[in-house]
Design a protein around this ligand. Structure first.
Ligand code: ZN
Length: 247
């Protein structure tokens, strides 16, 4: 009995741990992780920039293909390179909050979380002015207090449902292949234009993989959107469905 109970407790604890990091888990409150399943919308998202020179190379690839993406920036790096942050915003991409120096928020108090979010907001405000209300927690780590603080600050927490596994500079072909294997339509793809430890992380392979993915999905008739556009489309659909249900 005790053994069984212990086993059960361990299973619950493991699930709780998994849920606190799982990009699509909803135990710890609602987050936005993907658009309408099966739709033609695809959202490319890039974390941990701005990062010289790879963020700028990425901007070239996106501009060449007329694709808009979403960038979750680290406040500390924005503070160091406001020029790159501004270039991203001026190119028409959506810019969101990825905390000031990338702590795992699962272990941070509400006050520390609040300071991390506000400091990043301020860095973004100084560099680019008004920007989106989107926030992505570092490592996807969160707990109820994290989401509550974000909500209190008017921020929408954004996760992802497709992982690029590009953080240790895998070859571009591997990154693109991994992504392709997870695509279901209406996907939010997690990639990195920087590295959270320092500026200068090598993201050349992510830039190449991005170009591969854009060509592949444009050929299939996909429509690349920013996260705010994807949220808008999802809300519209929910509204229509609710109206239908009432009839
Ligand atoms: Zn990150």
């Amino acid at each position: 009995m005790f053994a069984r109970l212990a086993g059960l407790t361990a299973a619950v604890a493991a699930t709780a741990g998994y849920q606190s990091m799982s990009p699509t888990g909803r135990w710890y409150g609602p987050t936005f992780a993907r658009g309408i399943r099966g739709s033609k919308q695809v959202a490319l998202t890039y974390d941990d920039g701005p990062n010289d020179p790879h963020t700028l190379h990425l901007l070239d690839v996106l501009a060449k293909n007329n694709v808009r993406a979403t960038f979750f920036m680290i406040g500390r790096f924005v503070h160091e390179r406001p020029d790159i942050a501004l270039a991203v915003a001026q190119a028409g991409h959506t810019v969101g909050n990825h905390t000031f120096n990338h702590p795992l928020l699962t272990f941070k108090s509400a006050a520390e979380t609040r300071a991390q979010l506000l400091d990043c907001q301020q860095a973004l405000q100084d560099a680019i002015g008004d920007h989106s209300n989107l926030f992505r927690p570092p490592f996807g780590g969160r707990r109820p207090a994290t989401l509550r603080v974000a909500r209190q600050l008017g921020l929408q927490t954004v996760m992802w449902n497709v992982t690029g596994y590009d953080w240790n500079a895998r070859p571009a072909g591997v990154i693109a292949q991994r992504v392709a294997g997870q695509m279901r339509g209406g996907d939010v793809i997690l990639l990195h234009d920087g590295g959270h430890r320092d500026q200068g992380a090598d993201r050349a392979q992510t830039v190449v993989a991005t170009e591969n993915l854009i060509h592949r999905y444009l050929d299939q008739g996909s429509n690349f959107v920013t996260i705010d556009e994807m949220i808008l489309a999802s809300r519209k659909k929910q509204k229509v469905e609710r109206a239908k249900a009432r009839r």
